[in-house]
Design a binder for this molecule. Structure first.
Ligand SMILES: CSC[C@H]1O[C@H](OP(=O)(O)O)[C@H](O)[C@@H]1O
Length: 377
């Protein structure tokens, strides 16, 4: 998307040196827009684990390029063994987002179609690029389909501003470009529909405060940052017309894993009869899990809760402590929203009910490919 008037993706091969992958280092946003160069698979693993990059789509793309970087370094005489080791480490770098393992498996499958290590390195680069380019296309399609939801609400409101609430960052910073939850918002802006976005700060990493509010500001979309506990109050007072969030993993039965706090927003939306949509590319669907409660929930360090990082009065990025020394903190990074609380899923192929038959009808090949590959009937 546009940053200071220039177009960027979140990740791209260095045009001068294709053995290098460049990312936007999101840890310093919104105060500093800096890039980082990944040269090894270890660099990619660190970038994912330490959230230099984050968001299911972008984690997947980074992992795809990570396998490419591993292939570049793998000696010819132990190529397959090295790739297998690196695939496992990369695939385990964060547990919840489905896109991570999906991208690793996809690039490894592509390498199996050719014979020599040199051919494998070349096809790994091509497939990693394909994943990134498809991500951009899929997010644009999600925007196209999600726009119709916003347009319908605008018509019901007779042209008045549509108020949308979103949680965390499922924007262009969570993908290669456009984002999932933000794609319909950008499409509505382009269609001339008046919108306003309530942005959940999204404790403890503050993806909303640091990333979504900044993204929307850069894109000149009216938005208001709110504490995570405010959304229910706004819904009760008719100030939210629609909730759109992203997801890190959605079961083929429609249960959704997303940033911690999403479930509470879904409960409040359900109680106030407000449409609650989840925007996702099909790469996020887990075709092997029926019950969302079985999705692994990442637990991160307590320091993310007991401290906060931002820009101080000297324009320096610094971290300060919020809680007393020795405070024990539990940092669950995701929660599960059951399908029954979800109005619909906005995918690259259209809007679908959060229900097994509907999802399989829209993606008949998805279930077959994923289940067959994993030996599940
Ligand atoms: C749909 S990708 C964005 C998704 O990922 C975020 O988690 P994290 O920032 O920890 O990677 C959050 O769950 C967003 O909805």
């Amino acid at each position: 998307m546009i940053v200071n008037g220039k177009h960027y993706r979140t990740i791209w091969p260095n045009p001068e040196n294709r053995t290098e992958i460049i990312i936007v280092d999101q840890r310093k946003l919104p105060h500093l827009f800096v890039t980082e160069t990944l040269r090894t698979v270890e660099d990619a693993i660190t970038a994912i684990k330490e959230m230099h990059v984050r968001g299911a789509g972008l984690i997947g793309i980074t992992a795809g390029y990570g396998i490419y970087l591993a292939a570049l370094a793998a000696p010819d005489n132990c190529f397959d063994k090295c790739i297998k080791k690196n695939s496992t480490e990369l695939g385990n770098s964060r547990p919840t987002a489905r896109n991570l393992k999906w991208a690793v498996e996809r690039v490894c499958r592509a390498m199996e179609t050719v014979n020599t290590p040199e051919q494998k390195r070349k096809i790994a680069f091509q497939e990693a690029n394909n994943i990134a380019d498809e991500d951009v296309f899929f997010c644009r399609q999600i925007g196209k389909h999600g726009l119709e939801i916003i347009r319908k609400i605008r018509n019901q409101k007779k042209g008045k501003t549509v108020n949308i609430l979103t949680h965390c960052n499922a924007g262009w910073l969570a993908f290669a470009d456009y984002g999932s939850a933000t794609a319909p918002i950008y499409a509505a802006r382009d269609a001339g529909i008046n919108i306003h976005v309530w942005v959940d700060e999204t404790r403890p990493w503050n993806q909303g405060a640091k990333l979504t509010a900044w993204e929307l500001q850069q894109e000149k979309i009216d938005n208001t940052l709110i504490c995570d506990n405010t959304g229910g109050h706004l819904m009760q007072h008719g100030l939210v017309d629609l909730v759109i969030v992203g997801t890190d993993r959605t079961t083929h039965t429609g249960d959704v894993a997303n940033k911690i706090g999403t479930y509470l927003k879904a409960l409040a939306a359900y109680d106030n009869n407000i449409p609650f949509y989840v925007a996702l590319p099909s790469s996020t669907i887990d075709w092997t899990l029926d019950n969302g409660m079985e999705i692994p929930i990442e637990q991160r360090t307590g320091e993310e809760i007991t401290t906060i990082t931002g820009m101080d009065n000297n324009n320096s990025i610094s971290t300060i402590s919020l809680a007393a020394d020795g405070t024990q903190a539990a940092n669950y990074s995701f929660d599960i929203t059951p399908a029954r609380l979800i109005t619909g899923l906005i995918t690259e192929r259209g809007i679908v009910a959060a229900e097994k038959n509907a999802i399989h009808n829209l993606f008949p090949e998805g279930g077959q490919i994923n289940r067959q590959e994993q030996g599940i009937s």
